[in-house]
Write a protein that binds this ligand. Structure first.
Ligand code: CA
Length: 228
């Protein structure tokens, strides 16, 4: 298998330098673009396996660039944002980004998120009817869920919420996305539905709801199912 090709769209040279050495140590191949325009030009020429995109670029709004890429690019896009861009992160996820990291981030964290995103992208779609994330196991065809070999009984909405998170394990899902998927497009602002159902799911699935192992909170953004 050839090494995955990363397209890094980032204007800050120190960050590119620093990532360059981490990526090569992990045997990723790397194409760098310091502007949005360059990124848009090289992406179709050499379709990357994953895109790492800085939202703060000098020549184009990162959200617009993300949408332009998403018109044709199906691979994972991981977004980098500055600390004061909380709203930007949510918007990016809703525009089709797979994940985000806030600067300054650790290389270890970035590489871990990239592995999850690449693994997710490599998985053949919709074929497996079973899942296992640590002690959390399920059979989607039989609609059964187990925690540490004990069956857990979920309401239809709890089940739908759980399976939506499982299908995207390792990825941050925004409140809006989850509300749309589980309750439908007319309920995307009903954040309290999510709080209530997430609390009941945690009571059934987590050993300690206050320190969840599986159903992780991304403060102000949404939720993430643990990847392992
Ligand atoms: Ca920047």
């Amino acid at each position: 298998m050839t090494a995955p090709l990363v397209l890094l769209i980032e204007d800050e040279l120190p960050i590119r330098r620093f990532l360059r050495s981490s990526f090569s140590a992990q045997e990723y191949r790397l194409v760098e673009a310091e502007t949005a325009e360059l990124g848009l030009r090289v992406a179709p020429q050499q379709p990357p396996d994953i895109v790492v995109l800085d939202l703060g670029l000098p020549d184009m709004d990162g959200q617009q660039l993300l949408q332009l890429l998403r018109e044709w690019y199906r691979g994972p896009i991981l977004v980098l944002s500055a600390r004061d861009q909380e709203q930007q992160k949510i918007l990016a996820l809703d525009h089709g980004a797979d994940d985000y990291l806030t600067k300054p981030f650790s290389t270890g964290e970035l590489l871990a998120r990239m592995r999850v995103a690449l693994r997710h992208a490599a998985r053949p779609g919709g074929e497996s009817t079973t899942f296992a994330i640590g002690g959390l196991k399920g059979d989607l065809a039989a609609r059964r869920v187990f925690v540490d070999e004990k069956e857990v009984h979920l309401t239809p909405l709890e089940y739908k919420l759980l399976t939506t998170l499982v299908r995207h394990a390792g990825r941050v899902l925004t409140h809006r996305f989850l509300l749309k998927e589980v309750w439908g497009p007319h309920h995307v602002h009903e954040n309290h539905y999510l709080r209530v159902f997430m609390a009941s799911l945690r009571r059934k699935i987590e050993q300690d709801s206050a320190q969840p192992r599986y159903l992780l909170t991304e403060p102000g953004v949404g939720y993430r199912m643990a990847a392992e």
